[in-house]
Design a protein around this ligand. Structure first.
Ligand SMILES: Nc1ncnc2c1ncn2[C@@H]1O[C@H](COP(=O)(O)OP(=O)(O)OP(=O)(O)O)[C@@H](O)[C@H]1O
Ligand SMILES: Nc1ncnc2c1ncn2[C@@H]1O[C@H](COP(=O)(O)OP(=O)(O)OP(=O)(O)O)[C@@H](O)[C@H]1O
Ligand SMILES: [Mg+2]
Ligand SMILES: [Mg+2]
Lengths: 260, 260
């Protein structure tokens, strides 16, 4: 998640999920953004859906199986729709408004090894639902100055959730998106984030074990093209640098923390 | 405005405002995004402000002059702060919640030739305030598939406001950001938008006179660097392509619609 807009949240959720599925994990993507970009990216048309994540949030005990769209043998998605934008106000006064997604996952999560949730660019009720229901937070980020500004606020929100709604919540780390390793600005921003994480190592904070995942995902026009075909990068351009980067990232994540 | 995240809203608001100021117009920037990126970009620190746009929205008749920070002879900004994120819920039940910004501009707008408002990546109360108070809507956009998806929803929202809160509201057009003219994807998306506007020419819709502004703003790392110095592109790197593009864009906008 990341409340900064346009940093690569959707692109990372979809392509990392597809890469983890190629590694043999059974993966569920949940589209928690009313823009429905993750749904579109996986070829699911948001109009005219029988059930979407919106219906499940409003009625967590309803029939969830109809909402799960199978993409391939190891990959499935629960899509969103435009009405999801109304969930923020419709759930505003409900007692368990932050736990609705958790209740849905209690019922459908067991059939999957991993669940990846695509969040909207805000820290509202939808993103809080995702944080309350998750074990780990992944922060897609562009190594730019403006994107760096919001990290403090993001960690503050994670701390609030870890201190109340979901004590097991940890920050796994940052995924660098649209990365230009040669740019001085990028190098400076990456150094800033790594110093921030280094300093947190001994502290009792949810990001004390966080790191910058490698490899960074390079800018690659194929990653911006594949959503228009409703495909992941692996189905659209399997030899592109974008496919190589997300594949390597998936392997690095599955291998666990790098011993220092 | 554009509810799609990371398309260049802040970069365009700040640098276009600075370019219009160089053309001799007196320009006011209003930062309506709780991320405060436009404020940071113009060198105004959001922490510790005496008055910000947040205070003015909650008390439109309060003293507004303390909120106006002068950047140079022709450019000023009313900054935002993190608390602005609470405005959505604090104004939710207020009768004139969508007209608060309009009331502020009624009092301070007369001292300026142009007011540019930077909006957050959402269609909530803050963006609706901007639409209710504006004459024209400018849509910063990246010529990518995902960014194209939200245009319909954006126009729907503009129609709703034009049909009620603000009948004078028109869509001026699209500003292409981070543009890569050589990419086929970009060419296709630009063709889509131009066809959409062409077809609307004879219709009674707020975007019947809209166009794609030229020149597009090319991707230029200097545009991503200048916010970290609290400067517009003109103060940071006046000979960069980013400065040339925003300067040319300002001149094209001031010259008025191109006769077809
Ligand atoms: N590595 C990459 N190379 C090239 N283009 C990319 C890359 N990653 C993402 N993009 C493109 O950049 C744009 C922003 O990415 P994306 O939509 O995934 O960000 P987001 O954080 O999900 O945005 P939002 O805040 O609107 O949800 C999209 O048009 C996407 O296709
Ligand atoms: N023409 C450009 N060339 C290079 N970088 C750019 C350009 N325009 C914007 N950027 C960078 O791309 C990122 C996104 O731009 P910006 O923050 O202006 O978008 P936004 O639409 O305001 O995002 P948000 O939805 O979070 O408000 C920023 O890091 C910015 O510095
Ligand atoms: Mg997204
Ligand atoms: Mg912005």
């Amino acid at each position: 998640m990341n409340q900064k807009g346009g940093v690569g949240k959707t692109t990372t959720t979809v392509n990392l999920a597809a890469a983890l599925a190629l590694e043999g994990r059974r993966v569920l993507v949940i589209d928690l953004d009313p823009q429905s970009h993750a749904s579109l990216h996986l070829g699911v048309e948001p109009q005219g859906l029988q059930t979407s994540i919106y219906d499940l949030l409003l009625d967590p005990d309803g029939d969830a199986t109809a909402a799960i769209h199978s993409i391939n043998e190891n990959l499935a998605v629960i899509p969103s729709e435009t009405d999801l934008a109304a969930a923020e106000s419709e759930l505003a006064t409900v007692e368990d408004r932050h736990r609705r997604l958790g209740r849905v996952l209690d019922r459908v999560g067991h059939a999957f090894d991993l669940v990846l949730i695509d969040c909207p660019p805000s820290l509202g009720i939808l993103t809080l639902n995702a944080l309350a229901a998750s074990d780990e937070v992944l922060i897609p980020m562009q190594a730019h100055f403006l994107a760096l500004q919001g990290v403090g606020k993001l960690m503050e929100t994670v701390s609030l959730v870890a201190g109340g709604l979901n004590p097991r919540l940890r920050v796994a780390g940052v995924v660098l998106c649209m990365h230009d390793a040669a740019a001085t600005l990028s190098q400076e921003v990456v150094a800033d984030i790594e110093a921030y994480f280094e300093q947190a190592k001994e502290q009792a904070v949810p990001w004390s074990g966080a790191r910058v995942f490698r490899p960074p995902v390079r800018r690659n026009i194929k990653l911006a093209e594949c959503p228009s075909f409703g495909k992941s990068i692996f189905d659209y351009a399997p030899t592109a640098s974008g496919a190589a980067d997300y594949r390597a990232l998936a392997k690095a994540m599955l291998a666990g923390p790098v011993p220092t």
